[in-house]
Design a protein around this ligand. Structure first.
Ligand code: SF4
Ligand code: SF4
Length: 57
């Protein structure tokens, strides 16, 4: 299981700094994405997200 970022994301970037696996990238048009192949499902990004936009995939 990995996590994914849903439409509540406001692109604050906090999750990217929190991810020790470097699994979160800023994509085209400013959207953030989690690479499921890199994510180890630690949940750190979910806890720092002020928008509660990170949910189990
Ligand atoms: S912490 Fe939440 S709101 Fe901020 S970029 Fe990540 S998913 Fe989006
Ligand atoms: S669950 Fe952990 S490894 Fe996966 S994207 Fe979030 S902080 Fe990174």
């Amino acid at each position: 299981m990995a996590y994914e970022i849903n439409g509540r994301c406001n692109s604050c970037g906090k999750c990217m700094s929190a991810c020790s696996m470097d699994a979160i990238r800023r994509g085209w048009f400013g959207g953030y994405k989690i690479d499921p192949d890199l994510c180890d499902s630690c949940g750190a990004c979910k806890w720092v997200c002020p928008q509660k936009a990170i949910v189990p995939d």
